[in-house]
Structures are given as structure tokens and as C-alpha cells.
Write a protein that binds this ligand. Structure first.
Ligand SMILES: [Zn+2]
Length: 530
């Protein structure tokens, strides 16, 4: 049976750009647009030309891509003609394949915010759609506050949608702008709209204010909507938009949807989903959500011993889909709750073949438990666990020694002109060679890191491409005195990322351990000689 086509519309670069703390540069926007294009997204909404210089310059030239590049903007202002509204003129001039207009479909907003009449709002929709079509653009209308508007005055909300559709808009998109609508309401209202406007011209735009943006999206699809709007990682104002990173695999891997619908993302491209999600976080300089469905580090992780032994025998016992399909991986966490099977599973993943009755396996488990008792947490530091295991099995070469380090923090000047300077000196011994490195940093850990990685002699070429991507400190109250746990995440030029840990009463010492583990792990991975 032929499957129906569902269209994906990404608004990471427009609605997602409203996220608190997110500021895309033009280069970021171009890189993200390319990534969405490669993934197979049908529509990429890249911004609001005329609203800010970055969006204006994005649309100032042709950006060739397979996705339909969409510019966002308002319908003509009340009381103006389309040619006499500078905002609309700029939008029509934008180098885009499609234009997505936004218009108010809640009578209350028309009256209070726009201070105009319902008739004038409908005329503005008709005129704007007509003008954009005349420019040869594909046209769609975002009906703002559609669900609240429909509950208040269904005939007006529907008239807005109908005006755009009758004028030839390709899509009419129903927006739950404040995110307060519940799935059963969405399903009912979208169903009613689809009895008036064919569902293959109806889209859904949900926000996550009741944490149901994804559920609302699927409710709309069940009721007949055939365009889905959302963002990568659910980026967006307040609690975010519907998360395409969760929606895409559900559409492709759950028979309820995959048997009825097809989308522009191929099975091959589904494999890069985890990478795409993490790449966006990298760009935003924030740590990926470990618990994100499908793509999070913990999405396919298990910690309990009995689960681990079942997962090893038959992954389907605990997994709803296989992690490889979305480019993620299965992880069996090694922690103080784990049994021998977790350790064996982790050793197998690392590629260390050990017989399950090898006494070193039991010793490794004991060591993990002892260390976790004093504050280590190996489930969050896979690279440190791997080094611990490799050391117990005797396979970590002695690359170098740090025989001395010194970190100094000083304040110079006074009050208004005071400046805090940090310097670090590290003495490294590689074979018979002694190297002394000094560096400044914006803090003690940064200075130590820079000094340590400044010159590692013959090993320098292996660590050239690595960088720290996250640094987290936690003070643990273990017994009589507090200890500090430092977790560091590093990445290299190939995009691989790994986590290491250090624990000590002293924060510099804990950081130093984690930094050392990170460098040594990179050397082991790169096959650097002893
Ligand atoms: Zn929105």
C-alpha cells in the first residue's frame, strides 16, 4: 500500500533562535541549514528578513539547497496596502523559495493587540498570500494562537485558515503558540479543521509548555495534519518547540506511523541523528542532554546487574528500538551497583577480550566499588573507566610523567583596576627528556590545562586536535571532610567525545587527574607508541 507523505518543517533558525541564551551568527545559521538539508528536512525556516541584520543578510543571496528555504514574516499591516508596507516588501524581496506568514487567528488578539477588525485581518491574509504567490513563492500561513482562537470563536479562526487556503496557500499551519493545548483537544480541533481544509494542506506547530509538544504533534497527524513544524533538540522560547529529534525516529521506527507515512529522511540519514543533535549543542556550547530520548548518552544505558546480563543475551529484552538505528550506542554502566556482567559488557564494548572467570574481572569490579565509595562515578566517565580497566589488564604504556606542577593565582592592582592573573608551570618527563611548560589562563584549571598540553614532545601531534568541551565540579560531603569531584568532557577533530573524572579534597588536584586521564586516553586511542 502506498504510504502518505508527511512533510517536516524545521524552525530552529527562527523560533529556535528565540531561546534564552541562543545567539546564532550568520556562519552558525548557514552551518545548521546545511545540516538540516543533509538530514532530509523538507522546509528550513532560516529567519525573519528585515527583523535583524543577520537574518537580512542570510536572505540577501541565493543559498542553494534541496530543502525549501523559507523566510518568515508578518502579513501586511492593517490599513496599509501590500506595496506600502516596508516589512512585507522586504519579505517579498528575500531570496527564499517559500514565505511563511504569521497572522492572528484569535479574535481577542486582533481586537486588543492589532486594534483592528476581523474583516481587515482576513483581507490582510488574502492580500499577503496573493502578493507572495505573484512573486512565485510557495506560501504558507502560521495561524497564531489558533487553538485558543478556535475555542473562543471557531468561525473566525477557521475563516483565517480558509482565507489563506482559498487564496492558494500551500499550507495552513495551526499554531499552539502558548503551548497550553492538550493532545485530545488538538486531535479534536485538527480533525474539525481537516473536514474543511484537506489535511495535506494542514500543518501543526506545537510548543512544549505542558511537555506535550511531541504528543500534540502526533495527535494532529492522527487527525489528518500532514506538515510537522519543530526544532532540533526542541529549541525554542520558554519551554521550547516540538522536538524533531524525537519526532523523526518515532515516525520512522514505530509501525503506527512508519506503515502509513513516509518522510524525506532516509534510513541512512537516520543514522546521523545523534550526531546532528550533538553538533547543534556543540555550536551552542552547551552539554548535550544525557537523558534525551533516542540520542542521549543514557537513552540506551542500563545500570542494574540483572538487566545487563539480559541485554547481553538479547538486547530486545530492554530496548524499544536498537540504538544503532539513530546513531547512538548501547551502554552498560559500570558503577557500585553493577555486577560482573556490566563489567564484562563494558570490556567487550571497549574491545578487551577477557574470559569471564579471569580473576582480574573480579578485581576490577572491587576496584570500581572502592573508588566509587570515595567519590568516583564511572558511569559518567567512560574514558576513565577504560583506562582503569586497561591498567589492570596491563595495556596502558607509560607515555610520560608529570614530576612537578605549580599553579599561582594573584590579584594585581586595586579595587577598580584590580586584575586576577593565573599562571601554571608543569614539568614533564618523557623518557630522558625534561620539558618545562608555562602558561597563563583565565583560571587555575585552564592555565594548568594549557601548560600541560603546550608541549608534550613526541606526543604533541596526537593531542593537537583535542579540546575540552565541558567541565563540571561537584562538592561531595563524604564523611568528615568534603571532597571535590571533577568531570571533564573532551573532543577531538574526528568528533569523538569522551569523559574523564578526578576526585580529591583539592579541586586543582581533582582537575589535574581528570586532565591527565583525558590526555592519556587520547594517546591510547591514537595508538601512540610508548
Ligand atoms: Zn512558535
Amino acid at each position: 500500500m502506498a504510504r502518505e507523505r508527511l512533510y517536516l518543517f524545521d524552525t530552529t533558525l527562527r523560533d529556535g533562535a528565540q531561546t534564552n541564551g541562543v545567539d546564532f551568527t550568520l556562519a552558525d545559521k548557514l552551518a545548521i541549514a546545511r545540516m538540516l538539508d543533509e538530514l532530509g528536512i523538507d522546509y528550513v525556516e532560516a529567519g525573519y528578513p528585515g527583523a535583524n541584520p543577520i537574518d537580512t543578510s542570510f536572505f540577501s543571496e541565493r543559498r542553494p539547497m534541496r530543502s525549501c528555504l523559507t523566510a518568515f514574516g508578518m502579513t501586511r499591516r492593517p490599513g496599509r496596502s501590500t506595496s506600502n508596507d516596508p516589512g512585507l516588501v522586504a519579505l517579498l524581496e528575500a531570496e527564499a523559495d517559500a514565505i511563511c506568514f504569521v497572522a492572528k487567528s484569535w479574535d481577542y488578539h486582533v481586537r486588543v493587540a492589532l486594534e483592528t477588525t476581523e474583516e481587515e485581518m482576513l483581507a490582510s491574509i488574502r492580500d499577503s498570500v496573493r502578493a507572495a504567490k505573484a512573486k512565485g513563492r510557495e506560501v504558507m500561513l502560521d495561524c497564531e494562537h489558533f487553538f485558543d482562537g478556535y475555542k473562543a470563536k471557531p468561525e473566525f479562526a477557521l475563516a483565517c485558515a480558509k482565507a489563506a487556503y482559498d487564496e492558494g496557500a500551500r499550507w495552513v499551519v495551526l499554531c499552539d503558540t502558548n503551548g497550553g493545548t492538550l493532545p485530545h483537544e488538538v486531535e479534536k480541533i485538527v480533525g474539525e479543521v481537516c473536514s474543511v481544509i484537506p489535511g495535506d494542506h494542514v500543518g501543526i506547530h506545537s510548543h512544549n509548555d505542558t511537555e506535550q509538544a511531541v504528543a500534540n504533534t502526533f495527535a494532529a497527524v492522527r487527525a489528518g495534519a500532514r506538515q510537522i513544524q519543530g526544532t532540533l533538540n526542541g529549541l525554542g522560547e520558554r519551554c521550547g518547540n516540538a522536538n524533531l529529534v524525537s519526532i523523526i525516529p518515532t515516525l520512522m521506527l514505530k509501525p503506527e506511523f512508519s506503515e502509513k507515512f513516509e518522510i524525506g529522511v532516509s534510513d541512512d540519514k537516520l543514522h546521523i541523528l545523534t550526531h546532528v543533535s550533538h553538533a547543534l549543542d556543540e555550536m551552542l556550547n552547551r552539554a548535550p542532554d544525557r537523558h534525551a530520548p533516542y540520542v542521549g548518552d543514557s537513552a540506551f544505558a542500563t545500570k542494574t546487574g540483572i538487566h545487563a546480563s539480559a541485554i547481553l543475551k538479547e538486547p530486545a529484552t530492554y530496548e524499544h528500538v536498537s540504538p544503532e538505528l539513530v546513531g547512538n550506542k548501547r551502554r552498560v554502566l559500570v558503577s557500585d551497583q553493577s555486577g560482573k556482567s556490566n563489567v564484562l559488557a563494558e570490556l567487550e564494548r571497549i574491545g578487551l577480550a577477557v574470559d569471564k572467570n579471569d580473576p582480574r574481572v573480579a578485581r576490577l569490579l572491587e576496584e570500581v566499588k572502592d573508588r566509587e565509595a570515595i567519590g568516583y562515578a564511572y558511569e559518567a566517565a567512560d574514558a576513565s573507566f577504560e583506562l582503569l580497566a586497561r591498567r589492570m589488564l596491563g595495556s596502558v604504556p607509560k607515555f610520560f610523567d608529570v614530576s612537578y606542577f605549580d599553579v599561582k593565582v594573584e590579584q594585581r592592582g586595586q579595587n577598580g583596576g584590580a586584575e586576577v592573573l593565573t599562571t601554571a608551570v608543569v614539568k614533564v618527563k618523557i623518557g630522558d627528556e625534561i620539558l618545562i611548560n608555562a602558561a597563563e589562563g583565565n583560571g587555575p584549571v585552564n592555565a594548568l590545562d594549557v601548560a600541560l598540553r603546550k608541549d608534550l614532545g613526541k606526543y604533541q601531534k596526537y593531542i593537537q586536535g583535542m579540546r575540552l568541551t565541558d567541565y563540571r565540579v561537584r562538592i561531595l560531603n563524604g564523611g568528615t571532610e568534603a571532597v571535590t569531584r571533577v568531570l571533564i568532557e573532551s573532543a577531538d577533530e574526528s568528533g569523538e567525545h569522551w569523559a574523564t573524572i578526578g576526585v580529591s579534597p583539592n579541586i586543582i588536584d581533582a582537575s589535574f587527574q581528570a586532565l591527565m586521564d583525558s590526555i592519556i586516553y587520547k594517546l591510547v586511542k591514537s595508538g601512540a607508541p610508548a
